[in-house]
Design a protein around this ligand. Sequence first.
Ligand code: SAM
Length: 196
Amino acid sequence: MVQQTARFDDRYYRRFYGKGGAHDRAQVEHLATGVHHMAAWWGVPVRSVLDVGAGMGFWRDWYRTTHPTVKVRSIDVSEYACATWGHERRDIADWRPRGQFDLVVCHSVLQYVDDERVVRAIDHLVGATRSLLYLELPTRDDLRHLVDRSATDMEVFHRTGKWYRSHLELHLRQVGAGLWVPRNGVPMYELEAAGR
Ligand SMILES: C[S@@+](CC[C@H](N)C(=O)[O-])C[C@H]1O[C@@H](n2cnc3c(N)ncnc32)[C@H](O)[C@@H]1O
């Protein structure tokens, strides 16, 4: 069942992605450039991308503009976002992607998925990741001590980093800077990746 749809409306995107919001297109363009080039450094060809909770579609647009041959699929639970920015309407907790993608992006999404459904959402992300997962979300600690409260949606699930790690690390190795790789995936030098 698709949930939380009314919350992610025009007002929401203007509030958090306008001037002084959580992040903007230019910042995501830097990030996407970095991730794509790190993949190249590891010899991982990025031919397919799944953008989960794509919102205004910054990642999808960057790939379309700079690497038009990369197949990008963008999904979002919000009716408004799908109609406005052209994503498939899916709820990552309910939808298990068929097949895998070289890069899966889940940028600032999992904090919106409730405790009952978030493990399923993580399983779906893991299952869809062939080579790299870019994952970003604020943990309880971040929400308490790090984020700018005026620019960040605080009405989210406040879970610890330890909690997220306990689920992610069953299948993935943390590289750093938001990147995770499948345990049987691209080999990393001991000091290259943060996790073992
Ligand atoms: C903070 S915005 C992030 C947008 C984009 N990823 C970015 O970083 O620019 C969160 C997005 O996640 C979407 N979302 C929340 N729960 C979701 C779910 N269960 N499945 C898919 N998308 C979801 C919302 O509709 C919203 O567009």
